[in-house]
Design a protein around this ligand. Sequence first.
Ligand SMILES: Cc1cc2nc3c(=O)[nH]c(=O)nc-3n(C[C@H](O)[C@H](O)[C@H](O)COP(=O)(O)OP(=O)(O)OC[C@H]3O[C@@H](n4cnc5c(N)ncnc54)[C@H](O)[C@@H]3O)c2cc1C
Length: 416
Amino acid sequence: MKNLVILGAGTAGTMMANHLHHHLKTPDWNISIIDERDKHYYQPGFLFLPFDIYTPDDIIKTVDEFIPKDVSLIKSRVDKILPEENKVQLADGKQLDYDVLIIATGAKISPEETPGMGGEEWQKSVFDFYTFEGALALRNKLRDWTGGNLVVHITEMPIKCPVAPLEFAFLADSFFKNKDMRDKVGITYVTPLSGAFTKPKATEALTHLLDEKHIRIESDFAIEQVDNENKQIIDYGGRAIPFDILVTVPTNKGDELMDRSGMGDDLNYVPTNKATLQSKVYPNIFVLGDASDIPASKAGSVAHFEAEILTDNILHFVKGEPLSEEFDGHANCFIETGNDKALLIDFNYTHEPVEGSFPFPGIGPLRLLKESRMNHMGKLAFRWIYWNVLLKGTHIPFVSANMSESGKHYEKALNE
Ligand SMILES: Cc1cc2nc3c(=O)[nH]c(=O)nc-3n(C[C@H](O)[C@H](O)[C@H](O)COP(=O)(O)OP(=O)(O)OC[C@H]3O[C@@H](n4cnc5c(N)ncnc54)[C@H](O)[C@@H]3O)c2cc1C
């Protein structure tokens, strides 16, 4: 019997287990999936928790309810991979053999990378919303905050869901308006980028929204430290931005097991072929989701598209067939803009987000790069889709793994 082992039972690993158990069956194959956690968090919900839009129950389920019964779920921390020996070592020293390994260990925040960030003000006036604990602490703070300077900050790229900090700023604007205290809160958006986002067309639309909502932007901010005593963030050029509440996205990194295994880059991401999702070094290791170093967005939608393509490639690999070089970096993200509206962006490695309609060319019903209530309904529906469709590895009708160019206004973008 051959062994396929999946590291990580988050978004990407769970989808792979659900795809592959239909194809790689006993007595020929045994599939195992390993995770240190019992809980599966719906991470996009961390954005809504601080504003009391979602409750903890809306965003937490157990890992085991999404893992097929014929897949062995092992609850353990993975200590390291021994790629030359085709083995994985668990925290208790036990080793597992694999014929094929899938790495889906995601990315996590590392506040310790920035001096002062995890200091005495952590979860008092310095918060993150990229963890359940951080989002919950922030919710409790915002419930009875009476106002001041709210600074929303990104430490460095890449981060998971690069639009989430912008969404946080937009939702904060609505939240304080609804509480009738917007005039008591100054909102500043601080980014290491030279504009609101990584892609020019989307940056234009998002900058306009920041202006409209009176959210000040501080760009090109390379943070040097969080000064806990004076409650300010300071960049390498000496620029200081004061805060009463700092909502920061700390440096995101892959799991340290990659460092211990000698398999990660500077940020512990695994060097991966961006079209096949095969490790650049070990042919029987594949990587998807946030754990890889490919230049796609770190998003659940990306993991979903990757999982469809990687399933085909794993089946090609076990049959000794050439891999298809098919993954195009497709990402599809709703951006909450507050007041029950959202934007939708669809892009890949080569095409930046533009206006148009989705998923049906010319019909929609969703509009790309335009604020609408329908897009907001789409964002809220995404939670149901995540639990009931995405994690189970079910294909979403009319949404292909590779990006469709139909219904999108590329000519307009080129002429402008
Ligand atoms: C605030 C926020 C908002 C977001 N919004 C969106 C959105 O609107 N749309 C969207 O598409 N995406 C969004 N995302 C991104 C999305 O949640 C991630 O891209 C997605 O979860 C990545 O899946 P993954 O499987 O790679 O990683 P994860 O889902 O993080 O899973 C990794 C798993 O590996 C396990 N693990 C790691 N290391 C070890 C180890 N050493 N031993 C054992 N287990 C280990 C972890 O416990 C975890 O269960 C958002 C993320 C955040 C934080």
